[in-house]
Each structure stands twice: as C-alpha cells, then as structure tokens.
Design a protein around this ligand. Structure first.
Ligand code: UGA
Length: 440
C-alpha cells in the first residue's frame, strides 16, 4: 500500500521503517530539513536499536524514502499517518498545534480517497477535530476521507521489536472501510497471530492514555512502597516479587528507583489529568502518581546528602543519564533531574552514559561528562546508579571501590546486590531496601 508518515520523531520514523519492512511503499515526511537531510544521507537521527538497519533495508529496496514537501509525496496516498509531536502546554494540557498544522498542510495536496491515521498520543476527541480541519480545507473530499485512531504502544529502546511483534494493534474507526484498510496494512502481522482490536475512536484514544497512566501508577506505587519499606526495615524488591507472583497484579513495572521519565509518561499523565478535568471529572490519583515520582528523585538527593554531609566541595558520579537503558533520550530523565538538584546545591556532578552523554550535556551544561564509567567514578565522594545499562553489569567492583574517594553507593535502580556490595566494603544505600547501617 502507498503510505505517508508525517513526522519523523521516535514514533513516526519507527512506523515508517517498520511499515516499509512489512512490504509497503512508504514516504517519511517532515518539515525539519536538517532531519530529512540526515535521513537522506542514510543516518538515523537518534539511537534506537535495530532502526538504522531497517531504514537501510527499506531505502535499499526502494520502499522507503524521505521528503520535506508534501505536494508530490501525498499524491495518490492510501494511508496517511499523523505522528507529529504533542508536547505539553504549561498547563499540562496536550499542545495539538502541530497536529492541526500537519493536517491542514497536507489536506491541500490530497488527490483522492485516503485514510488519515492519528498515531500521536492525543486526548480523546482529537480525531474529530482532525476530521473537522481536513474537511474545512477539502470539503470536496467529504466522501473520500476518513480519520481513524491507531495509538502506538512501542517502547523506546525496543521500538523496532515492539512494532514488528506488537502485543496488540488498536484501531478506532467509524466504518468498515477504515477497519479493512488497517487490516490490509497490518496483514503480515495479523497473519502471524498478532491481535487487532477494533473499537470506536474515543475508546482507542482514551485507552492509550489509560495504559500509560496505569503503568506510571504501578511505578509510583512501587516507589511509595519503597519509602515505606525503608522505614519499616523491609525490602521493596522482595515485596514486588511477592505481589508479582499474583497474576492479577503482575511483576512488570513494579521496580522502585528514581522513578519514570521519558517523553511519554510525564507528559501523558498530565495531559490525561487535564483532559479529565476539562470533562468535569477530578482525577487526583493521577496528580498523586506524579507527586510520588518527583519524590523519588528527592529521596535519592537526601540519601546522597545524608552520606556525604554538605554538597559543596563534593564530587558526585552518576552512572546512566538516559531516562532508561537502551536509548540516548534524556527528555524528563530522572538522572538529569537528580543532577540539577545536586548542582543547585553546589556539588560537582560528573556523569557517564553509553549513549546519552552528548544529549545530557546539552540539557545540563554544568554536568561533566566522563568518557567511561571508571573515569566518572574516579575521585567521586559518592556514586549514584541512575540508569541500569547492561554494560554496567561488567563493572569491576574492586576497581570501582578503589577509584571512589569514599566508597558510597546510592543505588537509584536497585541494580547491585546489596549483600555483595556490603561484603566488598561499600556503604550501600538501595531504594526501599534496609538502610546501610543495618545488618542485611
Ligand atoms: C512508554 C510505554 O511503556 C509504551 O507502551 C508507550 O508506547 C510509550 O510510553 C509511549 O507512549 O510512546 P517508554 O516511554 O519508551 O514507553 O518507556 P518505558 O519502558 O515504559 O519506561 C518509562 C520509564 O519508567 C523509564 O524511565 C523507566 O526507567 C521507568 N520504569 C519502568 C521504572 O522506574 N520502573 C519500572 O518498573 C519500569
């Protein structure tokens, strides 16, 4: 099928490349000339495992190309994905200006029957607005144009795999034609047994926010338990294991630590809360989830201060700066929130991340970036594990201890084994685990 994907950010680029991999003829469209220039030169603008390879494959077989101008790209398109950004306004509400602009911009160039697919995460009701805007631009296409919702559930760092092996495909539409178009588009996945859920548009839009908010809620629940476990002398990891052994609860997303970050959870949670509010439903549970998440970073700051006393003249090493392992994305990264708090209190903060160093430096210029983990640790008075990349598993604990000025480790991801750390002579502070002073 002939597909155009508008917006080549994380969701858009992965969507374009994977649809090409499924055999469609895809154009990635973006007004950002620099980004499209990079893609035309064969370079993926961000780090996402496996993405560069499928972009290369798609381009090589002529199924994937990139353009800045919609005129030629959009002519004759059957399915048009809207994957532009929906950042937060200062009120927390989703800013849908880019969605409207993209719709109006493209509408002028449409030539015939087309299904417009809303894939950006948007509040329920946005597809109606999108339809309205398209109709205002192109009343002549009233019978040929359909807007549907097809929210994305991919995770950064696993985006390609999630897109090619989705646990569900969700389609909200108003007509059989809409559903059939999406079934044709995803046919290679449906044939492999991946489930496509058909529903109405408002349900699809709301379900996406409901999923992200619920996952964030699980993390905050674990972090609230962590605070309690620290006071009660219990171990939050073991509590999570017990909870997770009940299939009604599930173990996933119950890892306590520095909390959630990234471009989805913090923004979507706020947008969902604002959306509920606008509909006259107060949803304080969502505000509480966000509050507990902020508290997780502050708790780590307190542990650092408690261990080294004043932060002036202290060097604090942060391992991992991305919002989670497997990505170079630092947007709303808890590690950077922690860095800012420590810098505000006059600590010297040095960080290392396998992928996100450059992005972190752009966000927090006062942060020193080390070329590797050992260099980051060298001479530090305290080490904070912020993002549990696999490569940190290979760290030599003895060398780590020798390099630290004081052998203090604040483990913001419960990454290390507390017993081993204490045996090695570290003063180890996990998250929601017994305090360092207590026998383990
Ligand atoms: C999230 C959802 O998981 C995807 O399903 C969704 O499609 C995506 O948002 C989106 O809306 O685009 P993502 O932001 O890539 O995906 O990251 P997650 O893997 O969900 O992790 C989010 C944050 O939660 C990370 O900072 C991670 O470190 C943290 N986390 C996760 C915890 O603190 N504890 C956990 O137990 C799990």
């Amino acid at each position: 099928m002939r597909v155009v994907v508008v917006g080549t950010g994380h969701v858009g680029l992965v969507t374009a490349a994977t649809l090409a991999a499924l055999g469609h003829d895809v154009i990635g469209l973006d007004r950002d000339e620099e980004k499209i220039g990079q893609l035309k030169r064969g370079m993926c603008p961000f780090f996402e495992p496996g993405l560069q390879e499928i972009i290369d494959d798609g381009v090589a077989v002529g199924r994937l190309r990139f353009e800045t101008e919609p005129d030629e790209a959009v002519a004759g398109v059957e399915v048009l994905f809207v994957c532009v950004g929906t950042p937060a306004r200062s009120s927390g509400e989703a800013n849908l200006v880019a969605v409207e602009r993209a719709a109006r911009d493209i509408a002028r160039h449409l030539t015939g029957p087309v299904v417009v697919v809303e894939k950006s995460t948007v509040p329920a009701g946005t597809s109606n607005r999108l339809h309205q805007a398209l109709m205002q631009e192109r009343p002549d296409l009233a019978n040929d144009l359909e807007v549907i919702s097809n929210p994305e559930f991919l995770r950064e760092g696993r985006a390609v795999d999630d897109s090619l092996h989705p646990d569900r495909l969700l389609v909200g539409a108003t007509s059989r034609r809409g559903f059939e178009t999406m079934r044709r588009l995803y046919d290679p996945l449906i044939r492999k047994g991946h489930r496509l859920i058909e529903t109405d548009i408002a349900t699809a839009e709301l379900a996406k926010h409901a999923c992200n908010a619920f996952l964030a809620l699980k993390i905050s629940y674990a972090n609230a338990l962590a605070r309690l476990c620290e006071r009660a002398g219990a171990d939050v990891t073991a509590v999570a294991d017990v909870m997770g052994s009940d299939p009604r609860i599930g173990r996933a997303f119950l890892d306590a630590g520095l909390g959630y970050g990234g471009y989805c959870f913090p923004k979507d949670l706020q947008a969902f809360e604002r959306f509920a509010n606008q509909l006259g439903y107060d949803f304080p549970l969502l505000r509480e989830v966000a509050r507990i998440n902020d508290e997780a970073v502050r708790a780590a700051v307190e542990k650092v201060k408690d261990s080294v006393w004043n932060l002036e003249d202290k060097r604090i090493a942060l391992l991992g700066l991305a919002f989670k392992p497997g990505t170079d994305d630092v947007r709303f990264s808890p590690a950077l929130a922690l860095a800012r708090h420590l810098i505000d209190e006059h600590a010297t903060v040095v960080g290392y991340d396998p992928q996100a160093g450059a992005n972190a430096k752009t966000e927090v210029p006062e942060l020193e970036i080390a070329p590797d983990a050992y260099e980051a640790i060298q001479g530090a008075h305290c080490l904070v594990m912020c993002t549990g990349w696999d490569e940190f598993r290979a760290l030599d604990l003895r060398q780590m201890k020798d390099r630290l000025a004081y052998p203090i480790v604040v483990d913001g991801r419960n990454f290390f084994d507390p017993i081993e750390m204490r045996k090695m002579g570290f003063v180890y502070h996990g998250t929601g685990r017994r305090l360092a002073s207590e026998a383990y």
